[in-house]
Write a protein that binds this ligand. Structure first.
Ligand code: HEM
Length: 499
């Protein structure tokens, strides 16, 4: 008979019996030397960690990014040089508002995050399935999320709260139009596009910068469901769909494209190119194909590799940088802070987050500091070692890292006489692009979006409804008329049902 794997306690000692605990006699109580039982119960008590404050419910997988267009003229990013270059990735898709206990089949924006394990560190593309966002002012984010999550008293989703935020923030209207349209409930994570949404930058070895937006176009084709169809989907449909297709070898993939805008164009472009509520029209800034993203391996353990994966818009690599988009700027800080809270200060030592590139710095200690396996090129093991832990130093010893100015990104000029203060950006055009999008819809799409407006506005206070309808009119006369007509029909029907 082959030897079975030995069951041990956490300290590696064999477990002699796990079908019974120590008791004083067959009918007596537990005794205090049940240390194996206590270890088991105590570990169980600590199995949960805080869920992500947003995007708590998600699915993920590993795969590869393959470059199909050399970008060495635009960037020094090593993974964007040389056609055919392959870079391992992990991706996580998510809903936004619901907790882990919510469902996949809800009308919500979807997160689209990809961690590229490049040879010069991890680059995280932390985007959504929409090219724009609800706000262009970052201080609005916590208020916005509070209105999308459960009401503090009823513990239920509350459309009054949602509409109140949107009605009082016309800057949301473009994204609201996308969310309430057919794109609002993707059939699965495989059938949606991904967008950096933000403007980022690429810079090359001549110190030239170009502004860039990333697009991930699903090769499976866009597929959405209506609110009614969504009800017939398993609440875990997204997880099931992604996991089983990868398990069967039907690997989902996306064609990766970019839009570019020169610094000079950006200075004179008619809309603010760093306004997250706007797209760059593709007629003016055409998509350029640069690669293929394929997901081809499920995680071995969901918790270790997907629950603990930590994406941050501040995880840049040389050759890719930020832009003056103020929402992006606040995200550069927010995510690493969230990870330190959720996963401890050494979250980057967790295997799924650990770069393939060697990590050499002077940061030490803290919760969960590991002596993980040392990688080639690393002078320390998993974040800890006993050579010099301060900089500058006069040791010159092998393994005392030094910085390299070749990786300094070009400085960003201030384009205006800039006075530090509260510069509100509320008055920018909030409706033109929403109207342009609406006019692309066919008659059926226009009816369906108006129906979603009308049904979710039922029960919302009249003042808020009036504001929303005015916003629809501001985007497009027909948009306003359809929403208003359907809303009033629904309201009349409710009264008729009641009397
Ligand atoms: C001021 C604006 C924003 C703030 C403060 C913010 C903050 C956060 C925080 C704290 C998390 C949880 C991180 C974690 O615990 O792992 C998160 C997750 C996420 N956010 Fe944002 N966010 C903002 C805007 C955006 C925008 C504009 C996008 C997309 C364009 C976005 C996409 C995501 C995604 C995809 C995740 C989930 C990442 C994952 O899969 O782990 N967020 N956000």
């Amino acid at each position: 008979m082959s030897e079975r794997t030995r069951y041990t306690t956490g300290n590696g000692a064999p477990v002699p019996n796990d079908d019974a605990s120590f008791t004083a006699g067959p009918r007596g109580p537990l005794t205090f030397d049940n240390w194996r039982l206590f270890e088991k119960l105590a570990h169980f008590n600590r199995e949960q960690i805080p869920e992500r404050v947003v995007h708590a419910r998600g699915s993920g997988a590993f795969g590869t990014f393959r470059l199909t267009r050399d970008l060495s003229d635009l960037t020094i990013a090593d993974f964007l040089q040389g056609i055919g270059k392959e870079t391992p990735v992990v991706a996580r898709f998510s809903t936004v508002a619901g907790g882990q206990d919510s469902a996949d089949n809800l009308r919500d924006v979807r997160g689209f995050s990809v961690k590229f394990y490049t040879e010069q560190g991890n680059w995280d593309m932390v985007g959504n399935n929409t090219p724009v966002f609800f706000i262009r002012e970052p201080s609005k984010f916590p208020d916005f999320i509070h209105t999308q999550k459960k009401d503090p008293r009823s513990n239920l989703v509350n459309w009054q709260n949602r509409w109140e935020f949107w009605a009082l923030h016309p800057q949301s209207f473009h994204q609201v139009t996308i969310l309430l349209s057919d794109r609002g409930i993707p059939y699965s994570y495989r059938h949606m596009h991904g967008f950096s949404s933000h403007t980022l930058s690429l810079w090359n070895d001549s110190g030239e910068r170009v502004w860039v937006k990333f697009h991930f176009k699903t090769n499976q084709g866009i597929k959405n469901v209506t609110d009614e169809e969504a009800l017939s989907l398993d609440p875990a449909h997204h997880q099931h769909d992604l996991f089983t297709h990868i398990e069967k070898g039907e690997f989902p993939s996306w064609t990766v494209k970019i839009q570019l805008m020169s610094e000079e164009e950006a200075k004179h472009y008619r809309i603010n190119p760093f306004d997250l509520t706007k797209v760059w029209p593709q007629g003016e800034f055409p998509l350029i194909e640069i690669g293929q993203l394929e997901l081809n391996r499920n995680p071995d353990n969901y918790f270790a590799e997907i629950e603990q994966v930590a994406f941050s818009p501040s995880n840049f690599v040389p050759g890719i940088g930020a832009s003056p988009d103020r929402v992006l700027q606040s995200r550069l800080w927010a995510y690493a802070d969230a990870h330190r809270y959720r996963l401890t200060v050494n979250y980057q030592q967790i295997p799924v987050n650990r770069p393939l590139a060697p990590v050499n710095n002077y940061q030490r200690d803290g919760f969960m500091a590991g002596l993980g396996e040392r990688r080639e090129g690393e002078s320390k093991e998993g974040g800890q070692y006993s050579t010099t832990n301060f900089y500058p130093n006069a040791r010159g010893e092998a393994g005392a890292p030094v910085y390299d100015k070749r990786f300094q990104e070009p400085p960003l000029p201030l384009e205006e006489q800039a006075w530090v203060g509260y510069h509100e950006n509320m008055d920018e055009d909030n409706f033109s692009q929403a109207g342009d999008l609406y006019r692309l819809f066919d008659d059926g799409q226009k009816d369906r979006i108006a129906t979603v407006f009308a049904s979710t506005l039922q029960g919302v206070t009249v003042e808020i409804v009036e504001r929303v309808i005015q916003q629809c009119y501001a985007a497009d006369e027909d948009y306003g008329r359809r929403v208003e007509t359907l809303y009033r029909q629904h309201a009349d029907k409710r009264i008729a049902d009641f009397v």
